[in-house]
Design a protein around this ligand. Structure first.
Ligand code: GRG
Length: 317
């Protein structure tokens, strides 16, 4: 069964949970293959890279790649490369974010952070090497060259100073600062939103539409609106969970935002208004998808994207 298939081999569509499990299993296998072998020298670095990436996390970004690829006829091998590349960038960002020079955290994905387990110097190198590995995976990809180049550009833009790194830089200088809601939104669109947006667009660029056409500007703009809404929703929910959930459920230290005097949606809007905002963003995401079909039903190409918007807002970890 294809990763990209919205339906099971029978006519009954897979539930979201089953589809996620199916995709997550395929992602795990592909990540295992795309990471350097732990037997390869320097073995301690390769072991630490695998520790950082494998066996943990929700894999939201790869799932978005798969879901967006349902709009096109995507080749499975190219799709897995895009999905694994974006997850490696995400894993690198978590490793660096957890280091003492940044967020200084000891728990990630329910286990000790990479610098706690392997030391700071190795953690720094793990992040660096994962970033290189992500682009190596894409460079060796089999998509049509023009689309593959666009995929590389999207990931580079989303992870660099105009995206995730830029957002992280703003985050680091915002501790204890009273940001406006607009400033907070800008920071999160870069820090978290950029990579989620890239995931959606990368998936959509993994093939052509069934009629052999490229996605139109109108369709790409709709995907951008969808991605902006879920990117922000992801962060609003992250802030809500940080304030309301416990460390065991989250697999990372809860309550850190308030403890570190970080501006968040909860600190600026309050808990109730943050929950209302998350729901509004979920509906905005659904609204953007109506360009493709008026409503998301189980045989529409946007069904999984719509379901992932729901998952992002309704998740508990
Ligand atoms: C160090 C360049 C650099 C960037 C760090 C992503 C990031 C930027 C920092 C992570 C800190 C953080 C808690 C951000 C909030 C949203 C977020 C990215 C949460 C973690 O993503 P999930 O929930 O994690 O998708 P899993 O473990 O499920 O993959």
């Amino acid at each position: 069964m294809s990763t990209n298939n919205a339906m099971s081999t029978t006519t009954t569509p897979m539930t979201l949970v089953d589809w996620m499990k199916h995709c997550q299993a395929r992602i795990e296998v592909a990540l295992t293959e795309f990471l350097p072998s732990p037997d390869q020298v320097p073995t301690h670095l390769h072991e630490a890279m695998r520790y950082a990436v494998l066996d943990g996390g929700k894999r939201v970004r790869p799932l978005l790649v798969f879901a967006a690829a349902q709009l096109v006829d995507a080749d499975d091998a190219g799709l897995l490369r895009a999905a694994c590349a974006v997850e490696m960038i995400h894993a690198y960002s978590l490793v660096h974010d957890d280091m003492p020079c940044m967020d200084n955290d000891a728990l990630r994905r329910g286990k000790p952070t990479v610098h706690v387990r392997y030391g700071e110097a190795t953690a720094l190198l793990v992040g660096d090497a994962l970033q290189s590995q992500a682009f190596m995976i894409l460079a060796n990809g089999a998509n049509a060259p023009a689309r593959q180049l666009r995929i590389v550009q999207l990931l580079a833009q989303a992870s660099g100073s105009a995206g995730m790194c830029g957002g992280q830089a703003i985050d680091l200088i915002s501790v204890g600062v009273d940001l406006t809601r607009e400033q907070l939104e800008h920071m999160h669109q870069l820090k978290t939103g950029a990579l989620l947006r890239a995931s959606v667009l990368m998936g959509a660029l993994c093939g052509q539409k069934p009629d052999g056409q490229e996605l139109s500007h109108i369709e790409l703009a709709a995907l951008n609106r969808y991605a902006s809404a879920i990117g922000l929703a992801f962060q609003v929910v992250d802030d809500i969970l940080d304030a309301t959930a416990d460390s065991i459920s989250l697999g990372k230290t809860a309550g850190k935002d308030a403890a570190n005097h970080k501006p968040t949606y909860v600190s600026i809007l309050g808990l109730d208004a943050s929950r209302i905002l998350a729901e509004q963003l979920r509906l905005q995401a659904h609204g953007a998808l109506t360009v493709f079909s008026p409503s998301a039903h189980s045989n529409s190409t946007t069904w999984r994207l719509a379901q992932l918007a729901d998952f992002i807002v309704q998740r508990s970890a």
